[in-house]
Design a protein around this ligand. Structure first.
Ligand code: ZN
Length: 165
């Protein structure tokens, strides 16, 4: 069976950045599982795997535009330092480079990275950690099967490595 929309795909991969750093990995013990063509992965990632079958190796690169876009200055946000001074907040969490779980105005969780600390404010970067990066994927297709009607209805994979209800 070939990878096409509405197949459940299992792959191992290594994701490398331009500087050679490994940003993510899925190995044979815990392959990456997704339903093809429903937006569970980057569209360009889905496209690059289309037509491959179990056992096929792959290697491809995505530009930043095809991946997480370029960093946007609008996502650098100054937050009053007092927000971080509650008694339930550990004193040592505030340091440059710290990734902290925050919320947007609507209460949705968002991770932000501390980039600047002044007496009054903490400047946080809410861009995707891989914004501005080209992504280089190398891996192997482990399994391809048709998604069940229930999986398509739920929008996620069931069974080993997937959701259990
Ligand atoms: Zn489900």
């Amino acid at each position: 069976m070939k990878i096409s929309p509405d197949t459940v795909v299992s792959v191992t991969y290594t994701l490398t950045l331009d500087n050679g750093a490994i940003a993510d990995e899925a190995d044979a013990q815990q392959p990456f599982l997704f339903i093809h063509g429903i937006g569970q992965t980057l569209p360009a990632f889905d496209d690059a795997l289309s037509g491959l079958a179990a056992g096929d190796a792959f290697q491809f690169s995505l530009t930043a535009d095809q991946a997480y876009g370029n960093p946007n200055a609008d996502w650098l946000i100054s937050i009053p330092r007092s927000v971080f001074s509650g008694e339930d907040v550990p004193a040592d969490i505030l340091h440059i480079g710290a990734i902290l779980p925050m919320q947007d105005q609507n209460g949705n969780p968002m991770d932000g990275k501390v980039v600047e600390i002044t007496d009054e404010n903490v400047k946080m970067d809410f861009n995707h950690p891989l914004a501005g990066e080209a992504l280089h994927f190398k891996g192997t297709v482990v399994e391809v099967r048709a998604a069940s009607a229930e999986e398509l209805d739920h929008g996620h994979v069931h069974g080993p490595g997937g959701h259990h209800h």
